[in-house]
Design a protein around this ligand. Structure first.
Ligand code: HEC
Length: 494
């Protein structure tokens, strides 16, 4: 009797936290209709651990409790207890019991080609010069603005897939732009007729895409599953799934990024979990066609010299930066770069007759400038704070960098490529994050993002550093000038 009463009292006083199967049941009742029974997504994004890496615990709780304004994601604070919400967060950030499968059949099921694809307008349906267009990703509300690069006026704005990732890529003629989203959606858009022409889901968690130099093939780098996927660029029809594993076929690896190595006619991929760099022929039919370059550690951030003869790569956490000769297929140099260089934002220019490479540093308030022949550090240019992006243009003697990862994240700095000195510091909108610069096609204007929900794209005169125009946008992240990208301008990373 006594123990029964005691147990009943305990139950009343301290309701047990929901167990795992209760969390699954809660998910099935409240979430599955939008996020999918398998958590692969639907009307809402995928809820798998790889996809939620950036949504830390408290933010996930906040999202579920209060929802997201102006979206289908409502708040559950009135229906679910704090414990239930915590159990749901644990559930969606734990891998599913059966590892997710995304195979050829799943891909084909999601493949869509516009019925208009064979009768697209022969000329642009808008007034802007199509090669001067700038594609702006507004990550705050998952939209894309296509900007007239001469008048700096929006041509159109449309909803994208949730969380575009890794930078859109253009067809060699600049007519089509292809986007990748965090959840693996690949979308091809026509900049003449202003419509989506094909779409496919190439993975469940995707890092980026690259387009072959001849425009024929798209390569997609996936974290989940651990694959590289090749698609037909024109229709996005799937061609090949390459399982990414080490030479022995034992350890499988996430793919950090894939790049077009234009002069080599191939793709190059950075692997997160295996100490190999992959060179993939455009016509690869599987892992047997891949050229493996062994490295000491997995390298997951790359810079290529403009001729794609060498690659500079850094290991996770930046403990090592190495130079690899791509023809010899081996490491030729180790560099001392202590500030964690962001090689992916590296750019090259000519300085005193030699080609130098410059990168911001993720953990050091400086831009590092390195001679790409001797691989010696030429200059460490002190900046206002650790930065993320660096951009220049053949038409301008200046490069622009940010202090995105520091207290001074509202600050931009302009460096003279001739003197390797900061010549101007600007705070475009004090207290508001500024970052990511792209030049206009002629190098006469520099476009800066105010990286806030009520943000803007700021257009500066690239010679006088005066503000020319402010275009309101919703957390504009990347912006991409068609012609700078298709001509592989040395002032921008690719
Ligand atoms: C009516 C559809 C719908 C339902 C039901 C729903 N969601 Fe969502 N959810 C969405 C949409 C749409 C988004 C994307 C919102 C945005 O644009 O930021 C989202 C976003 C989220 C995010 C943020 C994902 C990210 O990467 O930023 C989480 C976490 C989430 N939902 C969890 C849940 C959970 C847990 C439940 C059940 C308790 C649930 N959702 C129920 C539609 C829904």
């Amino acid at each position: 009797m006594r123990s029964l009463a005691f147990a009943a009292a305990l139950l009343l006083l301290a309701p047990a936290a929901p167990r795992a199967q209760d969390a699954a049941a809660l998910y099935g009742t409240h979430c599955a209709q939008c996020h999918g029974a398998d958590r692969f997504g639907g009307a809402g994004p995928a809820l798998l651990p790889e996809n939620l890496e950036r949504l830390r615990g408290p933010q996930a709780i906040e999202t579920i409790a209060n929802g997201r304004p102006a979206t289908q994601m409502g708040g559950y604070a009135d229906r679910l207890s704090g414990d239930e919400i915590a159990a749901l967060v644990a559930y969606i950030t734990t891998p599913p019991a059966t590892p997710p499968v995304w195979d050829m059949a799943a891909m084909r099921d999601t493949h869509w080609v516009s019925p208009d694809i064979d009768r697209l307008a022969a000329a642009p349906v808008h007034e802007a010069d199509p090669l001067h267009l700038v594609v702006v990703v507004e990550s705050g509300d998952h939209h894309v603005t296509i900007l007239d690069g001469d008048r700096f006026e929006p041509v159109t704005r449309f909803q994208s897939r949730f969380a575009l990732h890794g930078g859109p890529k253009f067809s060699p003629d600049g007519r089509f732009v292809t986007f990748a989203s965090r959840d693996g959606w690949i979308t091809r858009y026509d900049l003449y007729s202003l419509q989506v022409v094909a779409e496919i889901r190439a993975g469940l968690n995707t890092r980026n895409l690259a387009i072959a130099d001849d425009g024929s093939v798209v390569a997609v780098a996936n974290y989940l599953p651990r694959t590289l996927v090749l698609l037909d660029a024109a229709t996005l029809a799937p061609r090949t799934i390459i399982d990414v594993a080490d030479a022995a076929g034992e350890a499988r690896s996430r793919v950090s990024a894939v790049y077009q190595a234009a002069p080599r006619g191939s793709f190059i991929a950075a692997l997160k979990d295996v100490a190999e760099v992959w060179e993939i022929p455009i016509a690869a039919r599987g892992a047997q066609d891949v050229r493996r370059i062994r490295t000491g550690e997995p390298l997951d951030d790359f810079f290529f010299d403009p001729a794609y003869r060498t690659l500079v790569g850094s290991s996770r956490g930046g403990s090592q930066t190495v130079v690899i000769d791509l023809d010899q297929g081996q490491e030729i140099r180790r560099l001392a770069m202590p500030g964690l260089p962001h090689l992916g934002s590296g750019i090259a220019w000519n300085w005193q007759g030699r080609t130098v490479m410059a990168t911001p540093n993720l953990k050091d308030a400086a831009v590092s400038v390195i001679d790409t022949t001797t691989w010696e550090l030429v200059r460490r240019i002190p900046t206002a704070g650790a930065g993320f992006f660096l951009r220049g243009h053949e038409g301008s003697p200046y490069v622009w960098t940010d202090a995105f990862l520091s207290r001074n994240r509202d600050t931009m700095q302009i460096i003279d490529t001739r003197t390797l000195e900061v010549v101007r510091t600007i705070r475009p909108e004090p207290g508001r994050t500024a970052g990511h610069v792209e030049f206009s096609h002629d190098g006469r204007h520099a476009m800066v993002s105010i990286w806030e929900m009520d943000g803007a794209l700021l257009v500066y005169d690239a010679a006088t550093f005066q503000l020319v125009k402010r275009i309101p946008m919703v957390k504009p992240s990347g912006k991409y000038s068609v012609i700078n990208k298709i001509t592989r301008s040395s002032g921008t990373s690719h």
